[in-house]
Design a protein around this ligand. Structure first.
Ligand code: C2E
Ligand code: MG
Ligand code: MG
Ligand code: MG
Length: 264
């Protein structure tokens, strides 16, 4: 336990300097439609420490959230997303980019103004961004959360519920919020199409999203069987290692360029 606490402290201490030291990078993971054509990408943070070792987001993001560092990191991610969108656009690929927005970041009193400022400064359009929020954000301060989401939606920002189905939220919020999309959590995809519980949940989410007019992205697709199953049940968008791994923007641009080659 002591070793674990020390490790956490070390991560927190180093993370505070990681941004200034140039140790953080963004990777993009393409999302595809039923014909496997790119329709968007999610930005995922990567941290390579000075000693060369990688720290997984599942390890450092919770520490950044607990220490408040996530606000600074989140702002950096937002700016990175705007710059990546502009580079993709200039290369002829107009794809919405999804970023993960932490509750602590979203709850900053001036969050809406910060977003508006970054859009203004970079020149990226709000419709180029999708904010992924988790159900954790949606269970507390509901009125304030909804009001803030509407303010951001008025700018043109779209919202996605990440890891959908893993939280304990009241489904009634779905109708009150300006949502664009649900992301089916990887845990439900993992056992598809063999496990009855998994497939029941996937099909229920697809049906509900259809009724509510929301787009669905299934995440964590690793096998052709999973993809076939999702397409057969009408899932419009997919993200997973089967289609693309998270990669630096330069690599993603090369992939997109190659996919567009005349003979394709
Ligand atoms: P998430 O937002 O649900 O991101 C999806 C995770 O699934 C990513 O892990 C991605 O690399 C992984 N993934 C994608 N396709 C597959 C697949 O086919 N199989 C498997 N096994 N995994 C797949 P990653 O990059 O390690 O990120 C983990 C989590 O860390 C994210 O979950 C998100 O909650 C958080 N995170 C990452 N980047 C950021 C960020 O910039 N800001 C914030 N606030 N959170 C972030
Ligand atoms: Mg996400
Ligand atoms: Mg997710
Ligand atoms: Mg996740």
């Amino acid at each position: 336990m002591l070793a674990e606490a020390e490790q956490k402290l070390g991560i927190e201490r180093d993370l505070a300097h990681a941004l200034a030291n140039g140790e953080l990078a963004m990777h993009l993971q393409l999302q595809v439609d039923q014909r496997r054509q790119p329709v968007g990408a999610e930005l995922l943070m990567r941290w390579r420490r000075a000693d060369g070792s990688m720290v997984a987001p599942d390890t450092f993001i919770p520490i950044a959230e607990a220490s408040g560092l996530i606000v600074e990191l989140g702002n950096w991610v937002l700016r990175q997303a705007c710059e990546a969108w502009l580079r993709l656009e200039r290369a002829g690929h107009s794809l919405p980019l999804s970023i993960n927005v932490s509750p602590a970041q979203f709850r900053q009193p001036d969050f809406v103004e910060q977003v508006a400022a970054v859009l203004r400064e970079t020149g990226a359009p709000a419709h180029g961004l999708i904010f992924e929020v988790t159900e954790g954000l949606l269970v507390s301060d509901l009125d304030q959360t909804i009001a803030r989401m509407h303010a951001l939606a008025a700018l043109g920002i779209r919202f996605s519920v990440d890891d959908f189905g893993t939280g304990y939220s009241n489904l009634a919020y779905l109708k009150k919020m300006p949502l664009y999309e649900l992301k089916i959590d990887r845990s439900f995809i993992r056992d598809t199409p063999n496990d009855v519980n998994g497939t029941a949940i996937v099909q229920s989410i697809l049906a509900m999203a259809d009724h509510l007019g929301l787009r669905v992205v299934a995440e964590g697709i690793e096998t052709a069987q999973q993809a076939d199953y999702l397409v057969r049940h009408g899932c419009p968008c997919m993200q997973g290692y089967l289609f693309a791994r998270p990669a630096p923007l330069d690599e993603v641009l090369a992939t997109l360029g190659a996919a567009q080659a005349p003979d394709d």
